[in-house]
Write a protein that binds this ligand. Structure first.
Ligand code: GLC
Length: 547
């Protein structure tokens, strides 16, 4: 088994070294090509690492089973770090790993400082942290603070009577509504009513999500302290940061429910806690699809990163059209008003939305072009596991329909696909054989090879993680073009939104001198006077180094 793994890891690094179809050409004449590996190490060290990292969202349950029970686990994930590093991943975000009755796939936490026994033990987490850190990789945990499970001891106590010590830790009401919880009068997110009766108290509790996910009452200072203590517990263990679940919704109020001042005050406390530890970072799951600007505070006192869902979740639409503005407008609008240094987290999928394969209506160039923008635009890319293989959806629900995009990783061909020696907790998605890592790693035309080359092209180039981004609008409305500059270098990314014909566009005010050099993809670019004339093939994309 271990030999097979080692062989696969070797084969993966060979693909990185030997792939040809859109490899980097030699550095531009006069443009020295520095030691990118050394630069990458420098960029990924210290407090700014999160700007330069490629983060991988891992559903532990579906990554790798180590004990044959069909459920992915922490030792399994640890054993796959070589493959993830060979892809070009620098950091992991683990979806919730806490004990849970699994009403919402772990987003219903029954113990903030424990590990789900299906996934392993605290010692297994420590081992994952040690193995990741030894490789220079980071591990972020999902922090689900808005609500707990109804099986959490805090809620068990709170629901028992109206006068127990935790009676006020959740949001209770005599009626299924409350004037000072204005935003709770609507239906809960997953269809049910937002208030559920608890017989012991003969009162209703508020839940934005499933009835098994009662909202905590953050107006109670004890709740504030207890949840900050939970965060501290994991920081003390050495986790590198958190992905904070629906954090804008923490505090309830009569009017407004997203990022009200009390919620912002809590986030500042959480940030101050992180800042007690070196090199930690946190990313917000913004509940605002248009902009994540409120999550950045002054740029130093709230989130290091926040997801951009404006482009991120809805890219399926622009890439089905021919207008570059559909993408550039979204990317510009979401950043408008952000403090200097605000870092968006860029996604094209997650455990909550359809697989890229579905969003792209099965057109590979659409998810590839979206991924290209994700890796080259300003921000930190978060890859949802399996995106690098073009994973297709499953057909079986265990918890809810989001399980279609939560199926096990097909690492190898054949039964169990290297994921398990037992029966997987949920069947593999469609096409697991041909989308397995084993099948794709040997094929330079595969999605895997595409991702690996793309991540390699980005690596060790400060402009992508921390540089400026300037959109360039030429005379073809179908060419998305933007310049990234930073670290003394500049790059031009071009994407054809047109799927039928090559597009030529004349771009002005492009930085650098001399002819641009192709780094990734396929396109031509030539200087004509002050302009740069670029021709991109239909469905094409390319990255040039300008200076
Ligand atoms: C977030 C998670 C989602 C979960 C919800 C409630 O949106 O991404 O999976 O169901 O919060 O915790």
């Amino acid at each position: 088994m271990h030999l097979a793994r080692a062989a696969l890891a070797l084969c993966l690094s060979i693909v990185a070294a030997c792939s040809t179809s859109d490899d980097a050409s030699p550095p531009p004449t006069g443009l020295a090509e520095p030691d990118r590996a050394a630069l990458a190490r420098r960029l990924l060290t210290g407090p700014e690492w999160y700007r330069h990292a490629v983060v991988y969202e891992a559903y532990v349950r579906s990554l790798q089973d180590s004990n044959g029970d069909g459920v992915g686990d922490l030792p399994g994930l640890t054993s796959r770090l070589p493959e993830l590093q060979a892809l070009g991943v620098d950091a992991l975000w683990l979806m919730p790993i806490n004990p849970t009755p699994f009403a919402d796939s772990g987003y219903d936490v029954a113990d903030y400082t424990g590990v789900n026994p299906d996934y392993g033990t605290l010692a297994d987490l420590d081992a994952l942290l040690a193995a990741a850190h030894a490789r220079g990789m980071r591990v972020m945990l999902d922090l689900v603070l808005n609500h707990t499970s109804d099986q959490h001891p805090w809620f068990q106590e709170s629901r028992a009577s109206r006068d127990n010590p935790k009676a006020d830790w959740y949001v209770w009401s005599d009626t299924p509504s409350r004037a000072d919880v204005g935003c709770g009068t609507f239906q809960a997110q997953f269809g049910a009513e937002a208030w559920t009766l608890s017989k012991a108290r003969n009162q209703y509790y508020f839940h934005r999500f499933y009835p098994g996910q009662p909202d905590l009452n953050y107006r109670n200072p004890q709740v504030v302290k207890a949840t900050l203590d939970a965060a501290r517990f994991w920081l003390d263990r050495g986790v590198d940061g958190f992905r904070c679940d629906v954090i804008g919704l923490l505090v309830e109020s009569a009017d407004g429910c997203d990022m009200i001042p009390e919620t912002q005050a809590y986030i500042r406390q959480l940030r101050a806690l992180l800042d007690e530890y070196p090199d930690r970072a946190m990313v917000a799951e913004s509940t605002n699809y248009e902009t994540a600007v409120p999550y950045f505070g002054d740029g130093h006192d709230m989130f290091h990163m926040a997801f951009n869902f404006g482009f991120g979740y809805f890219w399926g639409f622009p890439f089905a059209g021919t207008e570059a503005r559909a993408v550039s407008d979204k990317l510009e609008a979401s950043r408008r008003g952000a403090p200097p240094g605000a870092q968006e987290a860029l996604v094209i999928g997650s455990h909550d939305v359809s697989r890229a394969y579905v969003a792209a209506q099965k057109v590979p160039s659409r998810w590839r072009r979206a991924a290209f923008v994700q890796m080259t635009a300003a921000g930190t890319p978060f890859i949802y596991y399996g995106e690098e293989l073009g994973l297709r959806p499953g057909k079986v629900k265990v918890v809810d329909s989001r399980d279609y995009q939560r199926t096990p990783m097909p690492w190898t061909r054949g039964p169990g696909h290297g994921f398990t020696t037992g029966t997987p907790w949920i069947p593999f998605g469609e096409g697991a054989e041909e989308t397995s890592l084993e099948a794709e790693a040997g094929d330079p035309a595969s999605d895997y090879a595409f991702y690996q080359r793309l991540l390699a092209a980005r690596r060790g180039r400060e402009a992508f993680g921390a540089g400026t981004m300037t959109f360039l609008h030429g005379d073809s409305p179908a060419v998305l073009a933007f310049e990234r500059a930073g670290g003394g270098e500049a790059y031009l990314a071009v994407v054809s939104m047109d799927e039928a014909a090559p597009q030529t566009t004349r771009l002005s005010a492009v930085g650098g001198e001399g002819e641009p050099r192709l780094l990734f993809g396929a396109a031509t670019a030539a200087r004509e006077g002050d302009a740069l004339v670029v021709t991109v093939p239909a469905e094409g994309m390319a990255l040039f180094r300008l200076r």
